[in-house]
Design a protein around this ligand. Structure first.
Ligand SMILES: [Zn+2]
Length: 323
């Protein structure tokens, strides 16, 4: 499906398609939660569709549409890491490229989609590069990533890059209010304006996890012991928690630098954040921010999450003591 905030990008590609000027490689980039991989699928399905609609979207009824719907279309290949923290290996890319070079079974396009393309290791990237250098006439490779800077420039330069932007608040709120219940404005704050991220947050147990983190931070600020809170936090996946911890510290820095009326991600904790910001020094908060960034970078390596949270909460505790 094409989300309302993706219309410009869709029209651009549809135009190129109508003029038979579609590139052989397309790089879809932009923040998580904007529907890039759904867009890639919709594009692939529509290119394979036997009688697309006037706006370029697939018909949903033809033989090709039924095969793509069932996930068995022989001319469409998907590749993604096993999970977001895993790499895409060279063997996987080789298999994809072999498939990609076979003649299309329906005499139309041959399409491959690589989600989280930034997770390719160096050998995988090199292997893919060879395919990009010798494209087949009817082949289209679609790379999807929220971290395009992690892709080698040699790959990026061979793709037509399409960058998705966070929609304006009105459009995002309107879509979200039709799809979730709850405080739409606050959900978008927490999700940095990305509507699908906000929807996922609202429909999962993430609000409970976020609340757990905020309670831990506030409890440690009230001199409660670190250990039991670290234990509680270690039960949850650290990826989202570290993101919220980052936002928490960023909010404190914003309050110190821009004053109490500035926009905050954690709008629902504004009162608590203002109180804390009055006591804290920005130089120490920057150190804590660096520590969080360091932990976010090494998340692909299995970490002892209990120790991770003990480390962070102790730093937070010391920062408050030095205030
Ligand atoms: Zn169709």
């Amino acid at each position: 499906m094409i989300y309302p905030w993706q219309n410009t990008e869709w029209q651009l590609l549809n135009n190129q398609r109508e003029h038979q000027r579609l590139p052989h490689a397309i790089l879809l980039c932009g923040a998580n939660g904007l529907g890039k991989s759904e867009f890639a699928s919709s594009l692939a399905v529509s290119l394979l569709c036997e009688s697309p609609q006037s706006n370029g979207e697939s018909c949903g009824n033809c033989n090709s549409c039924r095969l793509t719907e069932a996930g068995t279309h022989p001319d469409l290949t998907y590749l993604a890491p096993e999970d977001e923290s895993k790499v895409i290996k060279v063997d996987e890319i080789r298999a994809l490229c072999t498939e990609f070079f076979l003649t299309s079974q329906f005499a139309g396009y041959k399409i491959a989609i690589i989600n989280h393309a930034d997770q390719m290791n160096i050998n995988a990237s090199n292997s893919l590069l060879k395919t990009l250098e010798e494209p087949n006439d009817q082949s289209i490779l679609i790379l999807v990533t929220s971290k395009p800077h992690r892709l080698p420039i040699t790959i990026r330069s061979r793709c037509q890059s399409i960058s998705f932007q966070v929609p304006d608040t009105q459009q995002a709120s309107q879509w979200l209010s039709q799809n979730v219940s709850g405080d739409v404005s606050q959900l978008l704050n927490i999700s940095h304006g990305a509507p699908l991220r906000a929807q996922h947050f609202a429909d999962s147990d993430l609000p409970e996890q976020r609340k757990g983190l905020m309670e831990a931070l506030l409890a440690v600020a009230r001199n409660q012991p670190v250990i039991e809170h670290a234990q509680k936090l270690s039960k949850w996946p650290s990826h989202s928690l570290l993101g919220w911890a980052y936002d928490w510290v960023s909010d404190l820095l914003k309050l110190i630098h821009y004053g109490q009326n500035c926009n905050l991600v954690n709008q629902d904790y504004r009162k608590e954040l203002i109180e804390l910001s009055l006591k804290l020094q920005s130089v120490l908060l920057y150190q804590l921010l660096d520590q969080i960034i360091k932990f976010r970078k090494v998340q692909s390596i299995p970490l002892n999450t209990q120790m991770l949270w003990e480390d962070l909460l102790i730093s937070w505790e010391q920062l408050l003591k030095r205030a």
